[in-house]
Design a binder for this molecule. Structure first.
Ligand code: ADP
Ligand code: 5GP
Length: 210
């Protein structure tokens, strides 16, 4: 990270099972200045999930109380459960000098709501290489019941239909290739003229970039 102008709000979205969580974990390992936006959800935890790290697992009445209190910057019902991003996630990240970006793993409804409120958000939509492969990946996760897999798979086409809400479309066929493209998106977004104009101006005024 060069300076505060590198701070990025990055949304990763996809039909369930396309590989967002896998790409997110790798990104957080290799870009330690990025933070993961920990959502609230009424879904039950999967076996490998930790409260406060993967999600804030919440009851429906508590979630509804937070909605009433206007605590969420966005929230939606996805596959029969409620999910939402607390305003405090964004405030905390923006307020921290060490934080170089916030990564949101949210669905298209949440992406739409966030984009309506925040100007500087980058959206990436992850595609599986085929619907057959998507079904295989959903089954391969092994932590969801057959009913849950079916429900998620049958929602895939509607989710893919919303790709146009995003700035980038990322085919996750080979994981390494997809990750390289994701890295490229981050580096390119951080190099946008609007973010880096100050470096050219500093060079002109002081003879160096600081
Ligand atoms: P999402 O978060 O989008 O629901 P996950 O990251 O949980 O999806 O991925 C679903 C399953 O697919 C996981 O078992 C993961 O290991 C696997 N997976 C992810 N990307 C790939 C890929 N490029 N090739 C093969 N399997 C993948
Ligand atoms: P999962 O149950 O597999 O963790 O997530 C199911 C879906 O909910 C995924 O599409 C994921 O991106 C989405 N999701 C997770 N957190 C949020 C959130 O805070 N807001 C919205 N709108 N969607 C979310």
């Amino acid at each position: 990270m060069e300076d505060a102008s590198d701070f990025l709000l990055l949304i990763l979205s996809s039909p369930s099972g396309a590989g967002k969580t896998t790409l997110t974990k790798r990104l957080l390992a290799e870009f330690p200045e990025f933070r993961f936006s920990v959502s609230h959800t009424t879904r039950a935890p999967r076996t490998n999930e930790v409260d406060g790290r993967d999600y804030h697992f919440t009851t429906r009445p508590e979630f509804e109380r937070l909605v009433e209190a206007d605590a969420f910057v966005e929230w939606a019902e996805v596959h029969g459960n409620l999910y939402g991003t607390a305003r405090t996630e964004i405030d905390r990240a923006r307020g921290s000098k060490e934080c170089g970006g916030l990564l949101f793993d949210i669905d298209y409804q949440g992406a739409r709501q966030i984009r309506a409120k925040l100007l500087d958000v980058v959206g990436v939509f992850v595609l599986p290489p085929s619907l057959d492969e998507l079904e295989k990946r959903l089954r391969g996760r092994a932590s969801d019941t057959e009913e849950v897999v079916q429900r998620r798979f049958s929602a895939a086409k509607v989710e893919i239909e919303h790709y146009a809400l995003f700035d980038y479309v990322l085919l996750n066929d080979d994981l390494d290739r997809a990750y390289t493209k994701l890295q490229g998106i981050i580096l390119a977004e951080r190099s946008k003229r609007l973010r880096k104009a100050h470096q050219a101006e500093q060079l002109l005024r002081y003879g160096k970039v600081h």
